[in-house]
Design a protein around this ligand. Structure first.
Ligand code: HEM
Length: 499
């Protein structure tokens, strides 16, 4: 499945081999990995090229510790033993010339769903690989985490080469610093002022209303009838949209996400530069009208749009066009993702009656299950970046201009970071320690809202549903969005707790 072509240079071996031998000798943990790696290290020819040797060296000798604050990760990797032993990392990396590491299977092939077996092979054999589409794919947890922080080298972009987006229409994720930081502070500040907790009663009532229908019918497709309306309606409510328009938000979000807007900045067949307005004219007209009506009102409603209009950071507010772009992006980024979070949780619950019963008996486990779902099945399984400065990851040089995919789902199942990574466990020591919300300066600002929605949707489900069983022969169908990870349908038979 995976082919490696590592070239060896004279005098190339010693630093890694030496460092590796040292760490292998002292390793108490992960001995299996080390023993296996040592065999390769000692085999002729491949010595210094082996990613595993370097990885083992790095992981075993570093005192890695990480903690997480509201989905953000701070990872401390102090000087490794390699460095203490006078073997600077740069020195080791420079001496390694990795000519290629190509995966015959494509970790970005959406039709295959999220390919955990392939990820496992890549993490071991080829932590930085070239996909069939030509993008580089980062598979290891520490490499992905470090790359999310390396904004000097990697810039978020779904756009095809040559697509130029006018600055005010750039999504927050693709705006370069320092403008990104300024706009993000305005959005964060408006969200903080608006206080996410205020949406909880709305979300709870909505979940009850949606389940009324499902339970009355004895089941249905949970994705369509329960899950899909939750995030779209919650965001519409936060923005201050009229309740009779809430159902349109999910449709608008699907329209944008499933169009070619993200890659081409225009809809299929549209003109260059059409942007969001060309792709979803009704949606954009709706947002523009919300902004205009609040600006015109002498006593505007206390909602997120009003707050965003007036939030000033460093003497600057957003222009109308920037506001339109970022408001639309809040819906798009918060809808598709949170939908899959809730659906992924319910899928686990409906296939695991033991866990269902345990949760019904102990609602304190709900928040843990939300986090474990985010780790086990991150709703965004891959983040796309452009390489904007030549950089080296795990010994592989990535040239400027290349597309790079950060494998979040792969990182979240890295056995170097998580014990028993493929298991869905509710006893992990640091449940929030995962990369589902990304990391670094672009870490998801909606994490608190997503967690709230996941928790409330699950709590109400446990409160109302006695049993829920997926239809016989259920097979997960992946959603048609290549970066997203969630089931397209969840056909279930349900029994209500109230009989
Ligand atoms: C389970 C649900 C969610 C998941 C898994 C998720 C995941 C992510 C990820 C992986 C990123 C990219 C981070 C990076 O580039 O390093 C991101 C960015 C972002 N998310 Fe979320 N997200 C979720 C929900 C939300 C919600 C509810 C909102 C807002 C309503 C939101 C708004 C954003 C925004 C605006 C960005 C761009 C931030 C920036 O580039 O500075 N997300 N999210």
């Amino acid at each position: 499945m995976i082919g490696r072509t590592f070239a060896r240079q004279p005098g190339d071996v010693d630093p890694i081999l030496d460092c590796y031998r040292y760490t292998a000798e002292r390793a108490g943990r992960r001995r299996g990995v080390l023993v296996e790696a040592r065999r390769e290290v000692e085999r002729e020819g491949v010595v210094a090229r082996d990613h595993r040797a370097e990885l083992a060296c790095r992981v075993e000798s570093g005192e890695r510790s990480s903690d997480s604050v509201d989905g953000g990760h701070r990872t401390r990797v102090p000087r490794t033993d390699c460095l203490r032993r006078g073997l600077p990392l740069e020195h080791r990396v420079e001496r390694r010339v990795v000519e290629g590491c190509e995966s015959m299977a494509d970790p970005l092939d959406a039709s295959q769903g999220v390919q955990y077996e392939l990820f496992a092979a890549l993490r071991t054999e080829c932590p930085v690989s070239r996909t069939a589409s030509g993008a580089y794919f980062l598979a290891g947890h520490d490499d992905v985490l470090a790359a999310t922080k390396n904004i000097g080298a990697f810039q978020a972009s779904f756009r095809e080469p040559g697509v130029v987006v006018p600055p005010e229409e750039q999504l927050i994720s693709e705006i370069p610093e320092p403008r990104h930081g300024a706009i993000r502070r305005i959005i964060n500040s408006a969200i903080a002022q608006h206080r996410i907790g205020r949406v909880e009663p709305y979300a709870r009532r909505l979940c009850h209303d949606l389940l009324d229908g499902v339970l009355a019918r004895g089941g249905g497709d949970l994705v369509a009838e329960y899950v899909t309306p939750i995030p779209a309606s919650v965001i519409a409510h936060m923005l201050g949209a009229d309740p009779s328009d809430h159902h349109r938000f999910a449709e608008w979000s699907d329209l944008v996400v499933q169009s070619t807007y993200a890659t081409k900045n225009r809809s299929d067949g549209g003109e260059d530069g059409e942007g969001l307005a060309g792709t979803a004219p009704e949606f954009i007209a709706y947002i523009d009208a919300m902004i205009a009506s609040r600006k015109a009102a002498s006593d505007p409603p206390d909602d997120f749009v009003t707050r965003l209009i007036h939030t000033e950071v460093d003497g600057r507010t957003l222009t109308d066009l920037e506001m339109r772009t970022q408001l639309a992006f809040l819906l798009i980024s918060g809808n598709e993702t949170t939908r899959h979070l809730i659906a992924n949780i319910l899928e686990v619950l409906c296939t695991n009656p033991e866990l269902f019963a345990r949760l019904q008996a102990d609602h304190d486990l709900v928040t843990v299950v939300v986090e474990e779902s985010l780790r086990h099945d991150p709703p965004i399984h891959v983040l796309m970046r452009d390489c904007i400065a030549p950089t080296t990851v795990a010994g592989v040089e990535i040239p400027i201009g290349e597309k790079v995919a950060f494998g979040l789902a792969s990182a979240n199942r890295d056995p170097q970071t998580y014990d028993d990574p493929d298991a869905f466990r509710v006893d992990r020591p640091s449940p929030k320690d995962h990369l589902a919300f990304g990391g670094g300066p672009h870490v998801c600002p909606g994490a608190a809202l997503a967690r709230l929605e996941g928790r409330v949707a699950l709590e109400v489900f446990l409160e109302r549903v006695a049993t829920a069983r997926l239809d016989d022969g259920y097979r997960r169908e992946p959603v048609p969005v290549f970066w997203a990870n969630g089931p397209r349908r969840l056909p279930v038979i349900t029994r209500s707790r109230s009989g």
